[in-house]
Design a protein around this ligand. Structure first.
Ligand SMILES: Cc1ncc(COP(=O)(O)O)c(C=O)c1O
Length: 404
């Protein structure tokens, strides 16, 4: 089992395949009532988008978060799309959002016919630079007749999409204050950060609407799925209407608008109920894994630990480290190659969206920090079921690579 670790191959040498079992980045833990609840769906025939598990999952989720209303959706991306529409974002509006995030929220902005304005990251917590966002809204945009416009594009600012990246909250207070000044809706994208808190309260409790994802690699999963939460009953009703093909008269089959088939199925919701029962355990495991990495890796030359601001409690969705190529023995790309040779899966951060060909031409406020983070950050294995032995292997491989 515990074979001694070999020295990593020299830079540019071909990587030797590892004979030991691979350690994946993040895999789901299916160890509760999933089988029982899914079987209930199959036995009863309630397998589609109506069923008792859908209602129960929405109710349980709203209670967990302390939110007034929760509406389940087919994915986190679908949740974002309808949340933007329900918040009143119109075609040709602009939506302020971070450059340093997964592409889904920017895509959702485009599905709504609006345009993203990307904001750089800040280096402390790797979240959207809220000072830059507020400076843009307050000093660069024009406020006239109750409308805030970007003078460079002439477009209306329709919303702020506050993404909580990698399990850590974005600093919401400055965004909420600026949004209140201009009556802009804030939509939280908490897809990666279920269970994180900002100043003691769950993320997802601050914006006009909030969105979550239950994709397979998230803290909890339904295979695929999402949720929109809000305090506003009318907004929740609007989201429900849009996600169920906008039925105005279900009996007569009358639709006054083009809606979407974005509902979560009863089978997925059954999984969601079972996973939600284990969420506190999952979050505990994520924090335990993060604490062990922090203790074991602190002080390695050129390595910075995953940040956690004093006002935040991170969900540590993907535990990530930052490698300073000027101080470390190798850069993040080479480190990934060495870890892969040892059978350890890691992942780079996403290409900053202002550099993404898919969103070419979008405005960017700054961008240098996001670009540096993209080159320097590496996510480590952190499945909730990661064993101590597997984590020791990751730590030993990192030490072996980075200790000179
Ligand atoms: C920040 C963020 N927003 C939205 C999504 C989209 O969620 P889904 O994959 O469920 O569509 C993801 C990831 O999947 C994400 O990381």
């Amino acid at each position: 089992m515990n074979q001694p670790l070999k020295r990593p191959p020299a830079i540019n040498a071909p990587a030797e395949p590892s004979s030991r079992p691979p350690i994946p980045l993040a895999e789901p833990a299916i160890g509760g009532n999933e089988w029982t609840y899914v079987k209930e769906c199959l036995d009863s025939g309630w397998v589609s988008s109506v069923g008792s598990f859908v209602d129960r999952f929405e109710g349980d989720f709203a209670r967990y978060l302390g939110a007034g209303h929760a509406v389940a959706t087919a994915s986190g991306t679908a949740a974002l799309h309808v949340a933007l529409l329900a918040a009143g974002v119109l075609p040709d509006d602009e939506v302020l959002m971070p450059s340093f995030t997964f592409i889904a929220p920017a895509n959702a902005v485009r599905y709504a016919g609006a345009w993203p304005v990307f904001v750089d990251a800040e280096p402390r917590a790797w979240q959207m630079d809220t000072a830059r966002a507020v400076e843009f809204l307050e000093r660069q945009c024009h406020w006239s007749g109750g409308v805030l416009r970007n003078p460079r594009s002439g477009r209306r600012i329709g919303a702020i999409l506050a993404v909580h990246v990698l399990g850590h909250p974005v600093d919401l207070d400055p965004l909420l204050a600026a949004a209140a000044k201009f009556d802009l809706p804030v939509i939280e994208d908490a897809a990666e950060s279920l269970g994180a808190t900002y100043r003691g309260r769950h993320v997802g409790r601050f914006g006009r609407l909030a969105c979550f994802s239950f994709n397979g690699n998230k803290v909890m999963t339904t295979g695929g799925g999402g949720m929109v939460t809000t305090e506003d009953a009318a907004l929740a009703e609007r989201v429900r209407y849009l996600t169920t093909t906008a039925k105005d008269d279900a009996d007569e089959g009358i639709h006054e608008h083009v809606g979407f088939n974005y509902r979560l199925t009863n089978i997925q919701a059954a999984m969601g109920c079972a996973q939600l029962e284990q969420l506190e355990e999952f979050l505990f495991a994520k924090r335990r894994i993060a604490a062990r990495y922090a203790e074991a890796l602190d002080g390695l030359p050129g390595l910075s630990l995953m940040p956690e601001e004093p006002w935040a409690k991170s969900a540590f969705w993907l535990y990530s480290i930052r490698i300073d190529p000027a101080r470390a023995t190798c850069d993040s790309r080479e480190l990934r190659r060495r870890l892969r040779a040892a059978g350890i899966d890691t992942r780079f951060f996403w290409q900053p969206l202002h550099l993404s060909p898919a969103h070419a031409g979008a405005e960017i406020l700054g961008g240098e920090v996001a670009e540096r983070l993209h080159g320097e950050v590496l996510s480590l294995p952190c499945s909730t079921g990661l064993s101590e032995a597997a984590q020791s292997r990751v730590i030993a491989a990192l030490r072996d690579s980075l200790e000179s």
